[in-house]
Design a protein around this ligand. Structure first.
Ligand code: ADP
Ligand code: MG
Length: 728
């Protein structure tokens, strides 16, 4: 009897919803109480310091030492009043997780213990950084890395096991100033798009002095019982199930979506939402997703830097709260074959200091031209740099998701809806139009009024990887476990680049004889034409789209190692280094780190698969086979050869066939792994892992899943899909 599976099921039978204590009063009463944000600052800093700090934060200028010291003192007092004893620089190294190094406020001064936290400790720290990936940037002789305070993302108080720590969001850079994290390039890209977008805005409106990108990430995830999770070594070690036959009831009935949420899970959600709200994370919606045991939560959008920090923090928080509820959250992109995977839809837009969403049509004709400018420039950027967007979402986990069951394919295209498609098409047709001095250009071009774009459900293309949804773009190809930073850095950079080009082109074409609006439209018209092939309104999941995309010469790179090539093309190097987002060295380092992460994931999956197949599945199948052999003997003794013993023998042969196939395939896979491991070059090795190791996964799985259907349920060692997905 495979005890771990059945003891887990026993535990499950005894679970009760965990009681939760929710704060009384409305969310507003406790929202952001664990954040050293505007409110806390205003009450604890002098008016003068507060003003200097907020000005510096808005303009991105450096904060002087005295201000930093005053902030440090106020921050410490605030945190200690709330029970904190330690502080940490909180950062996002290239591992994808977050890291912390805890220090006590406590110091010894002249033989006495005092609680101190100075500007120097707030502003900069030197964590022992040698264990974080640097892609060769941080060689041992310059092994130091620094974390530096990011005042644009508020410090917060994080509770873990009763201990409270003041967490200070920071960037992580090498001694030589190269970025070793996900935040530094994000901040660079924000500064870049601010400059580019503000310059374009000023062509229309002199009141606009800065522009910030906004982001609302919708997070998909699975939740399963903790005991069931620990009964599946593959889930534990790789985040996904490498074997498992689809249950009789999958997601065919679509009855889970918007259905009622089971009580245990509901309690978990309520609790993590309260915790999130205290941390200032504005979670708003929660609902079931398409697959059984799959859910989604979405916050109200925020400035991207804060949104990225909040998403990272939220994932951490969810895992922590799940533990209290004896649950396990799965952020893997494809934990279960055959059902929907998990993504992180990134809703992205640009907002001005005047509060205007640049991707929303306005009430006045002039505002529409601003909207059109930003809208068309984004499409053109996506067209020109689709490959970079593709690379930004590439990972071992996402390879299983993209293009499979309800996820966009690896082909990047943009959906904009019929209304805007028609508008762009008719603008194209106005190429020959002549304008007189007195003409109302807007009226003549038909863009004087763009009604508020309401994309109802019929005009909402849920299959597109990059969809315009009325007042924002939604990038849906991002994987659920990934940091959002990578895709957003790309998006910010390529759109900024396009805006800079746009401004230059308008200035070049402009002459005193034409209206400025006409020049702008002419430039946009060129972009509309040039970027046409990226627009697709049809079903992105359909086979025909693969063919059509091929005809349009759109890239369709389905595996990570090859998609990552796009990061280091000449086009990519030129773009990022010219705009100061990544140096070539930084790009190469990141390329290598991501290749290695991919290869290691596949390596672990291959090992786990081999181990489970040889040490768990085959012995179980052999034991069951022996029972059948005994049975045949018995049948024969009774003279029941025909047809009974014959049929049983056929079954035994079937099982033997699968066992032999598994043995052979696993052996071959191990050999392929050995060959790949000998290869020095990271890219070549990753490609071998992809083509020659991972290619065995489905083949081995096929036989194991067949055995699962044949072997006595009582004997099967692995938790089954129906148990993992439908038990609560
Ligand atoms: P859906 O219909 O896809 O559920 P919602 O309006 O609920 O759309 O928004 C989904 C996500 O998009 C939310 O996280 C929301 O905050 C975010 N969002 C809305 N407006 C913007 C914007 N201007 N910029 C960035 N994200 C936005
Ligand atoms: Mg959405």
């Amino acid at each position: 009897m495979p005890s771990i599976r059945f003891s887990a099921l026993n535990q499950l039978g005894q679970r009760q919803p965990v009681e939760i204590k929710l704060p009384s009063g409305p969310i507003s009463a406790y929202f952001a109480t664990n954040v050293f944000g505007a409110d806390a600052m205003q009450t604890s800093l002098s008016a003068d310091t507060y003003k200097r700090l907020t000005q510096a934060m808005a303009s991105g200028e450096k904060i002087d030492y005295d201000t930093a010291d005053a902030v440090a003192t106020a921050m410490k007092r605030w945190a200690m009043d709330k029970g904190a004893t330690h502080f940490t620089h909180w950062f996002q190294p290239l591992t994808g997780a977050t890291a912390e190094k805890h220090d006590a406020f406590f110091e010894i001064s002249e033989g006495r213990a005092i609680e101190r936290f100075q500007a120097s400790a707030l502003v900069q720290q030197e964590p022992d950084a040698s264990s974080f990936p640097s892609g060769g940037i941080r060689t041992t002789f310059e092994a130091r890395g620094y974390t530096a305070w990011d005042p644009t993302s508020p410090a917060f108080l994080y509770e873990n096991g009763g201990a409270k720590t003041l967490c200070i969001p920071t960037v992580f850079v090498s001694y030589t100033g190269e970025a070793l994290d996900h935040k530094a390039p994000l901040l660079r890209s924000m500064e870049l798009i601010d400059k580019a977008a503000t310059a374009v805005c000023q062509m229309f409106d002199k009141d606009i002095s800065y522009v910030k990108p906004t982001l609302g990430p919708e997070q998909e995830y699975f939740v399963i019982d903790r005991a069931l999770f620990f009964a599946r070594p593959d889930l534990m070690l790789t985040g996904r199930t490498v074997f498992g036959h689809s249950p009789a009831k999958g997601q065919q009935l679509d009855d889970h979506y918007f259905g009622s949420i089971p009580q245990r899970i509901h309690h978990f959600m309520m609790e993590f939402e309260v915790e999130a709200h205290k941390l200032g994370i504005p979670i708003r919606t929660r609902h079931n997703e398409v697959a059984p045991s799959q859910y989604e939560c979405a916050p109200t959008f925020e400035e991207v830097n804060v949104a990225v920090d909040h998403n990272q923090l939220l994932m951490d928080l969810m895992e922590k709260v799940a533990e209290r509820h004896q649950l396990k959250v799965l952020f893997h992109e494809k934990p279960f074959a055959g059902v929907n995977g998990s993504g992180k839809h990134c809703n992205w837009s640009l907002v001005t200091n005047t509060g205007r969403n640049l991707l929303a049509p306005g009430r006045r004709p002039k505002e529409n031209l601003v909207f059109l400018t930003f809208f068309v420039c984004t499409l053109k950027a996506v067209h020109d740099y689709a490959d970079l967007l593709r690379a930004s979402v590439a990972s071992a986990g996402n390879d299983y998701r993209l293009g499979a069951n309800e996820a966009p394919p690896a082909i990047i295209s943009a959906f904009i809806g019929s209304q805007l498609s028609n508008m762009l098409d008719s603008l194209e047709e106005t190429a020959e139009m002549q304008f007189d001095k007195g003409d109302n250009v807007y009226l003549k071009l038909g863009i004087n009024k763009i009604p508020e774009i309401m994309l109802d459900n019929t005009d909402r293309n849920r299959t597109s990887p990059f969809a315009f949804t009325g007042n924002k773009f939604e990038f849906r190809a991002v994987g659920a476990s990934a940091t959002i930073s990578d895709p957003v850095v790309v998006l910010n950079t390529i759109v900024a680049n396009q805006l800079l080009d746009f401004k230059e082109e308008v200035e070049r074409q402009f002459n005193d004889n034409t209206k400025r609006e006409v020049t702008i439209i002419n430039v946009l018209r060129e972009y509309i034409e040039a970027s046409k092939k990226i627009r697709f309104e049809g079903n992105n999941y359909a086979e025909e789209w693969m063919k059509e995309a091929k005809r349009r010469k759109l890239s369709n790179v389905t595996d990570t190692p090859r998609a990552l090539d796009f990061m280091i093309t000449k086009q990519a190097r030129d773009l990022f280094s010219r705009l100061g987002v990544f140096t070539e060295r930084e790009l190469e380092a990141r390329h290598e780190i991501r290749l290695e992460a991919y290869q290691k994931k596949i390596q672990i999956e291959a090992r786990v698969m081999g181990d489970l197949a040889i040490n768990h599945i085959i012995p179980t199948a052999v034991a069951y086979q022996n029972k059948l052999i005994d049975n045949v003997r018995g049948l024969k003794e009774l003279g029941l050869d025909q047809p009974h013993a014959e049929v049983a023998i056929a079954g035994i042969k079937d099982i033997a066939g699968h066992i032999t196939s598994i043995r052979t395939l696993v052996e071959e896979m191990v050999e392929a792994r050995k060959r790949a491991n000998k290869v020095e070059d990271a890219r070549e090795r990753a490609i071998l892992y992809c083509d020659e190791v991972a290619s065995y996964f489905n083949r081995i799985r096929y036989h194991v899943d067949k055995l699962e259907q044949m072997v006595d349920d009582e004997d099967w060692p692995l938790m089954k899909y129906r148990e993992l997905l439908f038990m609560r």
